[in-house]
Ligand binder design. Sequence first.
Ligand SMILES: C[S@@+](CC[C@H](N)C(=O)[O-])C[C@H]1O[C@@H](n2cnc3c(N)ncnc32)[C@H](O)[C@@H]1O
Length: 264
Amino acid sequence: MPLSEKERTRAQFGRVASKYRCSADHTDVEDLDLLFTGLALDPAHRVLDVATGGGHTAAALAERSGRVVASDLTPSMLREARLLAAERRAGNVVFAAADAEALPFRDAAFDRVTCRIAPHHFPDVRSALSEMARVTRPGGRIGIIDSVVPGDPALDAFLNGVEKVRDPSHVRSYRVEEWVEFLAGAGLLLQQAASLWKTHAFPEWVARTGRPKAVQWEVETIFLSAFPLARETFRIVAEGGRIVSYSDEKAIFIAKKPGGAPAR
Ligand SMILES: C[S@@+](CC[C@H](N)C(=O)[O-])C[C@H]1O[C@@H](n2cnc3c(N)ncnc32)[C@H](O)[C@@H]1O
């Protein structure tokens, strides 16, 4: 019987869970600093981190808020996130198996909800956002970070195409305009939008998803034969016929759930 999309995602991340806890890309917290400023975290806050992966966002949240629920679809990812929280002595984090598109939490249970570098894996990102909005209290904030693609359809197709070869659980990285529409569709008020470019060391990036060497080489070949605008936009660096690095854009959105006490 063919695997469902969610089973495929669990199987994909289950094979390589520890690589995400140790990943340089996920350990780098420049984007989290921006996210946390926008979220105006408070030591009394109850925070939900959706698709926590190796737990980097949850562990950082634990230092700035009261109680953190780190949730993920993949059980072995939750084990890695637990290890990271223990390493960081983050005693205020609890862990929950949860599909972002059907969160097992009551309405308005959280002051803040975060989701970092994961929505591009969700088959139905609109449902995930409406679930995040449902579990946020009125007046609470949601912080999203995800890879985004440029408006040019050829650049969009290049980056989403290469990501799909590298990672079978990749659904789509969206354009900023699509994100703005998704957030409004979930009834959220966009408060801040920012972005930064992240440079990925190619050998670690391509190996992280645990694909066979032939697939890793296929990905490298796509980068090596990139058309000039893609080479320039994604800052593809090659040396001696091998790819050294490339960069992609991470968008950071802070959105508010309407309602709650008026700001003073
Ligand atoms: C790249 S990792 C996330 C990185 C992490 N948020 C961080 O800050 O380091 C992507 C995660 O999304 C999870 N995921 C994918 N689809 C999901 C879904 N529908 N619901 C919840 N988690 C999901 C995967 O299991 C994986 O752990």
